[in-house]
Design a protein around this ligand. Structure first.
Ligand code: COA
Length: 258
């Protein structure tokens, strides 16, 4: 059986492509399960140091699958939400950065998927939005929580209450997207950024991701203590010795993730 998520590998960088273009990559239970399985497989590999998530065709992901959701009961809706939350939390918990290469529509669950990634590169054709209120529901895969944390409460409220779509330039302006590229240049830009990250000490990058992720949910003094502990731990790694030795010897480091 073929998966809705294609995984390719180039050096230490994995690329996940959501592949259901005839439905604009809408997240059905099957697509979410395939994405979850792909994420779980990556989590178990120590040779993946950065990843890119993108979509096939004119959409990144046009949302959770409306046809599949239409007949859901309250309990089924809750379970579907739990599935999406679980998969997106697993992306946040990966021990390496994930870049969302948003090639087109990133609506509803698509915008939420991009928000679960570390940062977003957008095609100039990308469109973002949380249009759930148009359907009589709310964002259910983390949008009410991750969007305000990313762009601030007031802008998130406006986007979620109106359900309006914004273009890539507006996403850039409000800090939702980090950068905008011509459509043909998007994937190579995201892959290049991922490769650059994968060239750094992977344990250090993993610790930085963990601290940035976890730090927002705890008071600043505690968050700073987490950083102090992790900073010390970095000196227990071979990569610290290699990175500093390489600098002093004026050569490129050879990190091993140990
Ligand atoms: N769930 C299920 N199917 C979806 C979908 C979704 N979220 N988004 C698009 N599709 C399907 C369409 O039903 C259509 O299927 P069909 O060819 O069998 O009729 C196909 O994908 C192509 O979409 P279409 O609407 O014809 O493309 P478009 O270019 O005219 O419009 C959008 C693109 C994104 C504006 C429009 O598809 C849309 O509004 N989608 C829903 C967005 C949304 O509300 N997402 C949040 C869900 S909680």
């Amino acid at each position: 059986m073929t998966s809705f998520v294609e995984v390719t590998q180039d050096g230490h960088v994995s690329t996940l492509t959501i592949n259901r273009p005839e439905k604009l990559n809408a997240l059905s239970q099957e697509v979410l399960s395939d994405l979850g399985a792909a994420i779980q497989a990556l989590a178990g590999r120590d040779d993946v140091w950065a990843a890119v998530i993108t979509g096939t065709g004119k959409a990144f992901v046009a949302g959770a699958d409306i046809a599949a959701m239409k007949g859901m009961s309250e309990a089924e809706g809750r379970d579907f939400g739990a599935l999406g939350h679980g998969v997106f939390a697993a992306i946040e918990e990966l021990p390496f950065p994930v870049i969302a290469a948003v090639n087109g529509f990133a609506l509803g669950g698509g915008c939420e998927l991009a928000l679960a990634c570390d940062f977003i590169y957008a095609s100039s054709k990308a469109k973002f939005g949380q249009p759930e209120v148009n359907l009589g529901i709310i964002p259910g895969f983390g949008g009410t929580q991750r969007l305000p944390r990313r762009v601030g409460s007031a802008l998130a409220r406006e986007l979620i209450y109106t359900g309006k779509m914004i273009d890539a330039q507006e996403a850039l302006r409000i800090g939702l997207a980090n950068a905008v590229f011509e459509p043909d240049a998007l994937l190579s830009a995201a892959s290049k950024a991922a490769a650059e990250i994968a060239g750094k000490g992977p344990l250090a990058v993993a610790a930085a991701k963990r601290l940035i992720r976890d730090g927002v949910d705890v008071p600043l003094p505690e968050a700073n203590r987490l950083e102090q502990a992790a900073f010390g731990e970095a000196f227990g790694t071979k990569d610290q010795g290699e990175g500093m030795e390489a600098f002093l010897e004026k050569r490129a480091p050879r990190f091993t993730g140990t």
